[in-house]
Design a protein around this ligand. Structure first.
Ligand SMILES: Cc1ncc(COP(=O)(O)O)c(C=O)c1O
Length: 416
C-alpha cells in the first residue's frame, strides 16, 4: 500500500526535472566557462587544505558562525577599495549565495501584507521571493541612471497618504539587473535622503558590481550612508563562479546579529570559502580584469548580431558592465510567447514580463545573458531567434539585411 505524505498547505508548484541546457542558452546568470580560473583554484585548494585542512573537523572552521575569517578579511579590504565601504569582519556574514542573503533579509524584515518598493524592471528571483511571502510590491520607474527619484518620492508620498510605511526600498544600483544601469553618486545621495525622510531602509543588492568595463563606479549606498539604514548583499557568483554558492551580507552588528540568528544551517560550505579566500587574496583583481575583457567581447558580439539580425526592431542601450542585455522589440511582440516557442527550438530567453512589476511594460522586452555561450553560439542563437520571432510576429521584417520572402539584400540609404 502506498503511504501518502501530508504536504503542508500553500507549497510552491513542484519543481520540474532538469533535462539539460538548451543549445542556445541566454537565460539565468551563468558565467563564462573559459574564465573560470581552474588552475589557480586547484592551487588555492591544495595550499589551503595543506595548511588548514584539519580545521574542517569543526563547524565554522575556527572562525565562528559568520564564516571563514580570511574570506571576511578579504571582503573588508575589497569593499573598502571598490565600494568605499568601511566595515569590520564581524559586520560580514558569509551566505550560501546572495540568494540566501535575500531570504535572510526577507525573513528579518517582511511578512505577508507588508509593502516593499522595488525597481520596476527587477531581478525575477527577488520578485518571486516577495510574491511567495505575500508581500505587496510597488515598482518604481527607472531611467538610464537607475531608480527615478521623482517616481520614488511620489510613491513614498502616496503610500504615506494611505498610512503605509514600506519595509524597504530594494535596489540594484550598480549594474542593475536587468537594465545594466549604474546609479550616479548624486542620485545615491538623494535616495538616502528619501529613505531617511520617510524612515524606510534601503536593501542594496550588488552582485554585479565587479563587472564594470572601465572599473569606475560610485561608492555603495552602504558606504554613503555609513551603514545607517542600509543592508548590503554581494556575491562571488558573477565575479568567479555561481556554482560555488558563496555570497555575503554586510550590515551593522545590531542588524547582522538578528540575521545571524535566522541562519540555521550551521555555516555555509567550508571548502568553497577556504578556496575563495586563498584564491582571491592573490588573484582577484587580475582575474576580474580578464573576465571583464572576455565579457565585453561577448557583449559586443551580441549587440552586433542583434543589429545584423533584428536591425532597428531591437532597441537597447549598451550596458557599462554585467552579463545581461535588456532589449525592447516592437509592441506587437509578446516575449512570453516568443520565449515559449523559441525554447521548443532550443533557444532560451528571459521574457520581460517575468523581470518587471509592470507586465505591460515587460511584455515586449526580454533579457539575454551573454556570459556563457561562445561568440559563435551567440551569433547562431540570435539568428535562430530572429527566425522564430519573424515567423511568430512578422518581426523583424528583414533578417540579416535580407527581406523575408524574397532573398533580396536591402541596401541602406545613405545618411540612414
Ligand atoms: C540581482 C541579483 N541578486 C542576487 C542573485 C543571486 O545570486 P547568487 O545567489 O548566485 O549570489 C542574482 C542572480 O542572478 C541577481 O541577479
Amino acid at each position: 500500500m502506498t503511504v501518502e505524505f501530508g504536504f503542508v498547505p500553500d507549497l510552491p508548484a513542484p519543481a520540474g526535472k532538469w533535462s539539460g541546457f538548451p543549445k542556445y542558452n541566454f537565460i539565468g546568470g551563468h558565467n563564462d566557462a573559459e574564465h573560470v580560473p581552474v588552475a589557480q583554484l586547484i592551487a588555492a585548494a591544495t595550499s589551503v587544505l595543506q595548511r588548514e585542512g584539519a580545521s574542517l573537523s569543526t563547524y565554522g572552521l575556527n572562525s565562528g558562525p559568520l564564516g571563514y575569517r580570511p574570506l571576511r578579511a578579504f571582503l573588508v579590504d575589497k569593499l573598502k577599495a571598490h565600494a568605499g565601504i568601511i566595515c569590520e569582519p564581524d559586520e560580514i556574514l558569509i551566505t550560501s549565495g546572495s540568494l540566501q542573503g535575500l531570504d535572510l533579509v526577507n525573513s528579518l524584515l517582511v511578512k505577508a501584507g507588508d509593502t516593499v518598493l522595488v525597481e520596476q524592471d527587477c531581478y525575477s528571483g527577488s520578485l518571486s521571493r516577495l510574491a511567495r511571502r505575500g508581500v505587496n510590491v510597488t515598482g518604481i520607474e527607472l531611467d538610464g541612471g537607475g531608480l527615478r527619484m521623482e517616481a520614488l518620492a511620489n510613491a513614498l508620498d502616496a503610500l504615506k497618504h494611505r498610512g503605509v510605511r514600506p519595509k524597504y526600498i530594494y535596489t540594484i544600483p550598480t549594474v542593475q539587473n536587468p537594465t545594466g544601469t549604474i546609479m550616479g553618486e548624486a542620485r545615491r545621495h538623494e535616495l538616502i535622503g528619501l529613505s531617511r525622510a520617510h524612515g524606510v531602509p534601503i536593501f542594496e543588492d550588488e552582485c554585479y558590481s565587479d563587472l564594470i568595463w572601465d572599473g569606475r563606479r560610485p561608492p555603495a549606498l552602504y558606504a554613503l550612508a555609513a551603514g545607517d539604514g542600509v543592508i548590503h548583499i554581494g556575491s562571488f557568483s558573477k565575479s568567479i563562479s555561481p556554482a560555488l554558492r558563496v555570497g555575503y551580507i554586510v550590515a551593522r552588528w545590531e542588524v547582522l546579529s538578528r540575521i545571524l540568528a535566522l541562519k540555521t544551517d550551521a555555516g555555509s560550505g567550508a571548502l568553497e570559502q577556504m578556496v575563495l579566500a586563498e584564491f582571491c587574496a592573490a588573484h582577484f583583481a587580475e582575474h576580474v580584469a580578464s573576465l571583464n575583457r572576455g565579457l565585453k567581447g561577448k557583449l559586443d558580439t551580441l549587440m552586433a548580431a542583434l543589429a545584423e539580425q533584428f536591425g532597428t526592431a531591437a532597441e537597447f542601450a549598451a550596458p557599462p558592465g554585467g552579463i545581461f542585455l535588456w532589449l525592447k522589440l516592437p509592441d506587437g511582440v509578446d516575449t512570453a510567447k516568443l520565449a515559449e516557442v523559441a525554447l521548443g527550438e532550443g533557444i532560451a530567453i528571459n521574457p520581460g514580463g517575468e523581470w518587471s512589476t509592470d507586465k505591460a511594460h515587460g511584455k515586449s522586452r526580454l533579457r539575454l545573458c551573454f556570459a556563457n555561450p561562445s561568440k559563435d553560439t551567440i551569433r547562431q542563437g540570435v539568428a535562430a531567434l530572429a527566425q522564430v520571432c519573424h515567423r511568430q510576429f512578422g518581426v523583424p521584417l528583414r533578417i540579416a539585411n535580407v527581406a523575408r520572402g524574397g532573398a533580396r539584400p536591402v541596401t541602406r540609404r545613405r545618411g540612414k
